[in-house]
Design a protein around this ligand. Sequence first.
Ligand code: NAD
Length: 449
Amino acid sequence: MGGSRGEGPGRRRYAVVGTGHRAQMYVDALLGPHAEVGELVAWCEPNPARMDFYDDVVRAAGAPLPARYAPEDLDKMIDVEQVGTVIVTSPDHTHAEVVVRAMDAGADVVLEKPLTTDVAGCRRIIDAVERTGRSLVLTFNYRYSPRNTALKEVIASGEIGDVTSVHFEWVLDTMHGADYFRRWHRRKDLSGGLLVHKASHHFDLVNWWIGDLPSRVYASGSLQFYGASNARRRGLIRRPARGSNRTTRNDPFLLDLRDDERLKRLYLDAEQHDGYLRDRDVFTSGITIEDNLSVVVDYARGATLTYSLNAHSPWEGYRVSVNGTAGRAELEVVEREAVLVGKDGRVVVDPSAVTDAAAGGARPRGERLVVQKHWATAEEVEIPAGEGAHGGGDEKMLRDLFRGAEQDPLGRAAGLLDGVRSVVVGVAGNVSLETGLPVRTADLRLGLG
Ligand SMILES: NC(=O)c1ccc[n+]([C@@H]2O[C@H](COP(=O)([O-])OP(=O)(O)OC[C@H]3O[C@@H](n4cnc5c(N)ncnc54)[C@H](O)[C@@H]3O)[C@@H](O)[C@H]2O)c1
């Protein structure tokens, strides 16, 4: 990373902007495996209770407590604390403002996906990087999971020839998928909807797998499962407004924050300060995002992508088929085989913990990559075991992030251009959803490179 702040013989000085759920991965990394190269010096966050939570994490690790700053003092924080890099884990709609201010104040940025939520945000970030010369790393952890890397290797090897089309289906289950309808993600102005917030991971994967640029996007989708009017249509009436209510425990769609000490401290105990409700019923009104989405993307060199996202599936995972001039590759991943409900009416987080579900029924958890060339039988490609979150992606990404990539022949480290190229599909998709027409990415004038 460029610049002089926070560098030198000592450790690089990091500040975390937004101390909610996602911040934990970076905090743990800087207190644990990467403590010798990086130091946590400040929090920038509006909610004191969430900073209290992370202060306890730091205290337990025996490290000095970071200084506290409000969002409006971001620039002051970077100056006073001599911050070299800010790690941005605040909500999506804040990304552009935070990146611009951090770079103008002289810091490099590690930014959680998505880059931002709209065209204006992309332009502001591109301009800040060009103007300041600061470094922007976008943390696309999915590139690092061994199965996704394995598919990249198959395509890059030329085994299936030139890519002509990709079919990509992603299903989010009634546990993970439902969670996007409880809090800020449920509003398109705050998250960009699932085409931006969630699918930018997936569009980045396709861009990276096939090494091409998206040129035209057509999207169709709607809210068909969550939300008040869908619930009414299915007879789901008289529901509580939120999940943390002891009388309504036996409902798998309700999230009771008191069941999980971490969630309770991060959100329930914190809501008195900002009114941020983490556990809203998924069948309340006010949802402005879609839960079923289909997208067709044309790529510059001629390939097409057909993509779909469903956010209320009974299982979670994805299927990708890549057609090439010499054959076809298929990746199937089951991340959670089922969402089950225990005797107490609550969702079982790990279904394999429930005895009769241990075998996963007809769809066991796992992953399979199959390659079939023309005039040949199919062959299964071995996928190296990956441990930890996001298919083992998080650990590898953190090592590259904090220590620098030793070798990156597949180009896994992502920067500004990758962020723009992935988010542009969702942003163009949102325009297409509004107009009913296909959108040429060139017309958004973002300079995809
Ligand atoms: N790569 C991944 O797999 C992954 C997973 C989860 C979240 N994320 C990303 O991480 C980011 C945060 O998600 P989360 O689930 O932790 O959300 P969260 O709501 O749990 O946490 C966000 C925090 O930011 C704070 N905040 C709000 N406005 C702020 C501002 N202007 N400046 C500083 N802090 C502000 C909030 O008070 C909250 O503490 C999102 O961009 C999300 O897309 C990425």
